[in-house]
Write a protein that binds this ligand. Structure first.
Ligand SMILES: Nc1nc2c(ncn2[C@@H]2O[C@H](COP(=O)(O)OP(=O)(O)OP(=O)(O)O)[C@@H](O)[C@H]2O)c(=O)[nH]1
Ligand SMILES: [Mg+2]
Length: 336
C-alpha cells in the first residue's frame, strides 16, 4: 500500500571561479613574478533526507535550484571562495532518477542521507600555475569549469506518519475523509474498509502529514477473527497511532474494555506497535448520551489525555490535528 508522490526539478551546480592573472608588486621588486590564485570550486547541489519533510509538495512552488558559483582567484596566490553547497531537503523514501534517461540515480531511505546530484565546476588555475623556466610571465589563466544541469525525477513512496486504529464502525474512514483528500467507503456496518487507505493532511502548522486508515480490529483478531491483524503491518512504520473509539460503544460498567481490547491485539502483533505513542480519541460526540459516556471513560482513564471529536460535524478536529502535529514533532528526532 504505497501512495506515490512525485516531482520534477531542475538542479544546476555552480561554475568554478576563473583563475586570476596577477603579478607581484612590491617596493624594490620592480618585476615580481606571476601570483594569480586559482578560482574557487562551484557549489554542489546536494539532496538530503530529513524527517522535517513528509511529502514532495514543497516542489510545487519551487522547481529550479541553482547553486552558487565559485569566486574568482585573486592576486598573492589567493584562491577564490568555494560556493556554499545548496542543500535540498526531501523526505526519506525518495527515489531519485534522471528525468531524461529514466535511470535510477539513488534511493534514499533513511533520514540524514545525502546524494550529490550535481557537482560544482572546478576553479580555473591562476597564472602563477603556468610559470615555467622558459615562460616566466604568463599573462593567462584558466576559466572555471562550468557547473552541470540535470533534470531529476523524485518519487516518494509515501509511508504513513499516523495510523488510525479501532473497532469496526468507530468512524476511522469518516475521520480520514474529513481531514484529508482520501475518499474511502463509509458504512454503518462492520468491516466496511477491506484494505488500507492513505491520505495527506494539510495543517496550518507547516508540513503536511500522512494518515493511514486500516480495517477494524476486533477481539481475537490475532487469532484471525474478523479480518485478522494482517493489516497492522501497514502501520508498523508509522510514528504514532490515533486510537479511535465510538463513544457509544463504551460500556459504562467497564469503560476501558474496548480500549484495552484493541491494545491487547496490538501487543499480540508486536511490542513495537503496542509501544507506539497513541492519541486516544472518542468519536461521535454529536450523538445523544455521548457526553455521559465520554465522562465515564475519562474518569476511568485518569491521567490519559482523551480528545473528543465528531468526525461527521467537525467538532474537535482542529484540536486533534494540532495534537497529532505536536506528537509527530516530538517523535521525529529533529528540532526546528
Ligand atoms: N453520528 C455520527 N456518526 C458517525 C461519526 N463518524 C462516523 N459515523 C458513522 O459511523 C459509521 C461507521 O463509519 P466508518 O467511518 O465507516 O467506520 P470505520 O471505523 O471506518 O469502520 P470499518 O471500516 O468497518 O472498520 C458510518 O455510518 C458513519 O456515518 C460521527 O462523528 N457521528
Ligand atoms: Mg472504515
Amino acid at each position: 500500500m504505497k501512495f506515490i508522490d512525485e516531482a520534477i526539478i531542475t538542479v544546476q551546480s555552480g561554475d568554478g571561479g576563473r583563475g586570476c592573472v596577477s603579478f607581484r608588486r612590491e617596493k624594490f621588486i620592480p618585476r615580481g613574478g606571476p601570483d594569480g590564485g586559482d578560482g574557487g570550486k562551484g557549489a554542489d547541489v546536494v539532496l538530503r533526507t530529513t524527517l522535517r519533510k513528509r511529502t514532495l509538495q514543497h516542489f510545487q512552488f519551487k522547481r529550479q535550484f541553482k547553486a552558487k558559483n565559485g569566486a574568482g582567484g585573486q592576486g598573492k596566490k589567493k584562491t577564490g571562495k568555494t560556493g556554499k553547497d545548496l542543500i535540498i531537503e526531501i523526505p526519506p523514501g525518495t527515489l531519485i532518477s534522471d528525468a531524461e534517461t529514466g535511470q535510477t540515480l539513488k534511493d534514499l531511505t533513511k533520514p540524514g542521507e545525502t546524494f550529490i546530484a550535481a557537482k560544482g565546476g572546478r576553479g580555473g588555475q591562476g597564472n602563477s600555475r603556468f610559470k615555467t623556466s622558459t615562460h616566466r610571465s604568463p599573462r593567462f589563466s584558466q576559466p572555471g569549469e562550468p557547473g552541470e544541469t540535470l533534470i531529476l525525477k523524485l518519487d516518494l513512496k509515501l509511508l504513513a506518519d499516523v495510523g488510525i486504529i479501532g473497532l469496526p464502525n468507530a468512524g476511522k474512514s469518516t475521520l480520514i475523509s474529513s481531514i484529508s483528500s482520501a475518499n474511502p467507503k463509509i458504512g454503518n456496518y462492520p468491516f466496511t474498509t477491506l484494505s488500507p487507505n492513505l491520505g495527506v493532511v494539510q495543517t496550518p502548522w507547516g508540513e503536511p502529514f500522512v494518515v493511514a486508515d486500516i480495517p477494524g480490529l476486533i477481539e481475537g483478531a490475532h487469532k484471525g477473527a474478523g479480518l485478522g491483524i494482517k493489516f497492522l503491518r501497514h502501520i508498523e512504520r508509522t510514528r504514532i497511532l490515533v486510537h479511535l473509539i465510538d463513544v457509544l460503544s463504551i460500556d459504562l460498567d467497564n469503560p476501558l474494555k474496548v480500549y484495552n481490547t484493541i491494545n491487547k491485539e496490538l501487543a499480540m502483533y508486536s511490542k513495537g506497535l503496542a509501544e507506539k505513542p497513541q492519541i486516544v480519541v472518542l468519536n461521535k460526540l454529536d450523538l445523544s448520551g455521548a457526553h455521559e459516556s465520554a465522562n465515564t471513560f475519562k474518569s476511568a482513564a485518569q491521567d490519559k489525555k482523551v480528545l473528543l471529536i465528531s468526525a461527521i460535524n467537525g467538532t474537535g478536529i482542529d484540536e486533534l490535528k494540532s495534537q497529532i502535529v505536536k506528537l509527530l514533532d516530538n517523535h521525529s528526532g529533529v528540532k526546528g
